[in-house]
Design a protein around this ligand. Structure first.
Ligand code: AMP
Length: 422
C-alpha cells in the first residue's frame, strides 16, 4: 500500500526548498537589522500553556489543536502558534532583568487541525517576533514597520495594512456590554458559531465571515469610540509614529483577531491576490499575557506571518530571484580505471568549493552527457581510457559546445579561468 503525506501537509522538494532558503535568509537578515534575537522553542508543549496563553474560547483551542497524551499520560500539544512558547521561554529563562527588554523572533512549523484549502494547511510555517518589556507605542510601530518593510523589500508594495485598538481590561468590559446589548436581540439570526460565542467572546462576532452575521453587526458601536484615555492616547501616538515612517494603514474597527490575549493595538496585513485566505500576517499587543502565563507583569507585542502564503504571492508575481544551484562541473568517467581517478577528484574539488556531480551508476557516456545536460552543468569533464593514460581530461563547455583536452594536473587553474565561483 502506498502511503501519502497526511491531509493538510506537503513535501518541500529540492527546487522549492532552495526558494524557501532564500526567503529564510531574508527573514533572518531583517530581524537582525531590527535588533531581534532568534529563539527556537520545542515543537510541542504542555497543553495547558496554549489553553491559558491563547484562551479557552478561541477557535484554535476549542477545535484546532493536535493534542495527545504522551507515554506518561501528560497532555501534549503540537504548537499551534509561536507567542505562547516564546513567552514561556521568556519567563523560564528569566529574560526580564530589571528594566530589561527582550526582542525575540522565531521561524518554524506550526500545527492546526483546520479544513485545508488554498493557503491553509495543517502543518504550516510561521515567522514572527515578540517585543517584551515596554508599553511604549514606539514598540508597536517598530513591529509594524518591520513587518511592512519586510514585504516591501521583497517587492510587495500594494499592502492592505489594517489597524485597530481593542482596548484593555479597563475599557473593554464596558464595550463588551454595549455590544451584547446590541447583539443579544439578534441572536436567533446568527450563525451557530456566533450564537455559541455571543456570551463568551462577543468581540469575535465582528470578524465572522458569514454574510448574515456581517449584516447584523453593520450598525454596532465601534470600540475606537469607547477607548479609555490611556488606550486612546496610545493609539493616537502609534498612528503618528506610523505616519512619520510613511506607512499607509487604514483603521479597521472590525479587526479583532482570533486570540484572547490581545490588548490595545491589533493589526493585520493583507495581500489582494490571496483570495479568501488573504492575511499575510497579523499581530497585536498583549500586555496581560506574561502574567497570565505565570511571569511578572510585563507588556508585550508581536506578530506572526505565514510563509506559504507569502511564497504564493511571490510566485504569482514572479518576485523570486532565479536561484542558480546548477553544478559547475559534471565529471564523466568511462571504465573502472577512470572511475578510480574521478571519485577522489570529485571529492577534492567539492572541498575547494566547486559544485561537482558525477556518475555513480556506471552509465554510458551518452547517458552521462544526458544527465549532465539535465542538471544544467556548466562544464563536463570526460575521462576515458585514452585520457586516463595520457593524464588528460576532455573538457566540454555545455553552453558553447566547445571542447578542449587539458592536463588533469591543470584542472584547478582551468576551472578558475573558465568559471566564476558562485
Ligand atoms: P495567526 O497566528 O492565526 O494570527 O496567523 C498569522 C499568519 O499565519 C496568517 O496571516 C497566515 O499568513 C498564517 N497562517 C495561519 N494559519 C495558517 C494555516 N492554517 N495555513 C497556512 N498559513 C497560516
Amino acid at each position: 500500500m502506498k502511503t501519502h503525506a497526511p491531509k493538510g501537509t506537503y513535501d518541500l522538494l529540492p527546487e522549492n526548498a532552495s526558494r524557501w532558503r532564500y526567503l529564510e535568509n531574508q527573514i533572518h537578515k531583517i530581524f537582525r537589522e531590527y535588533g531581534f534575537g532568534e529563539v527556537r522553542t520545542p515543537i510541542f508543549e504542555h497543553t495547558e500553556l496554549f489553553q491559558r496563553g491563547i484562551g479557552e474560547t478561541t477557535d484554535i483551542v476549542e477545535k484546532e489543536m493536535f493534542t495527545f497524551s504522551d507515554r506518561g499520560d501528560r497532555s501534549i500539544t503540537l504548537r499551534p502558534e509561536g507567542t505562547a512558547s516564546v513567552v514561556r521561554a521568556f519567563i523560564e529563562h528569566n529574560l526580564a532583568g530589571p528594566g530589561a527588554m527582550a526582542k525575540l523572533y522565531y521561524l518554524g512549523p506550526m500545527f492546526r487541525c483546520e479544513a485545508p484549502q488554498a493557503g491553509r494547511f495543517r502543518q504550516f510555517v510561521q515567522f514572527g517576533a515578540e517585543t517584551l518589556g515596554s508599553n511604549d507605542p514606539r514598540v508597536d510601530a517598530e513591529i509594524i514597520a518591520l513587518a511592512v518593510n519586510f514585504y516591501r523589500r521583497l517587492g510587495i508594495d500594494d499592502l492592505d495594512i489594517n489597524l485597530n485598538s481593542i482596548g484593555c481590561p479597563q475599557c473593554r468590559p464596558a464595550y463588551r456590554q454595549r455590544l451584547l446589548e446590541h447583539l443579544k436581540p439578534r441572536a436567533a439570526q446568527m450563525c451557530p458559531n456566533c450564537q455559541r460565542r455571543l456570551e463568551r467572546n462577543p468581540l469575535r462576532l465582528l470578524d465572522c465571515k458569514n454574510t448574515t452575521c456581517q449584516q447584523l453587526t453593520v450598525d454596532i458601536p465601534l470600540i475606537t469610540e469607547t477607548l479609555c484615555d490611556d488606550c486612546g492616547s496610545h493609539f493616537e501616538k502609534l498612528r503618528q509614529l506610523l505616519d512619520s515612517t510613511g506607512i499607509n494603514y487604514r483603521i479597521n474597527p472590525r479587526l479583532v483577531r482570533g486570540f484572547d490575549y490581545y490588548t490595545k493595538t491589533v493589526f493585520e496585513i493583507l495581500a489582494g491576490d490571496l483570495g479568501a485566505q488573504n492575511a499575510l500576517c497579523g499581530g497585536g499587543r498583549y500586555d496581560g499575557l506574561v502574567e497570565m502565563c505565570g511571569g511578572k507583569p510585563t507588556p508585550g507585542i508581536g506578530f506572526a506571518a505565514g510563509m506559504e502564503r507569502l511564497m504564493m504571492v511571490l510566485e504569482a508575481r514572479q518576485l523570486l530571484p532565479e536561484i542558480d544551484d546548477r553544478p559547475h562541473l559534471y565529471l564523466a568517467p568511462l571504465g573502472e580505471e577512470a572511475q578510480q581517478i574521478i571519485f577522489p577528484l570529485c571529492i577534492r574539488l567539492r572541498e575547494s568549493g566547486w559544485i561537482v556531480e558525477t556518475d555513480l551508476q556506471g552509465k554510458s557516456l551518452k547517458a552521462q552527457m544526458k544527465v549532465a545536460d539535465k542538471l544544467g552543468a556548466r562544464l563536463t569533464g570526460v575521462i576515458g581510457e585514452d585520457e586516463y593514460r595520457a593524464g588528460k581530461i576532455l573538457m566540454r563547455n555545455m553552453e558553447t559546445g566547445e571542447q578542449e583536452l587539458i592536463d588533469l594536473a591543470a584542472l584547478d587553474e582551468y576551472l578558475e579561468k573558465v568559471l566564476r565561483r558562485r
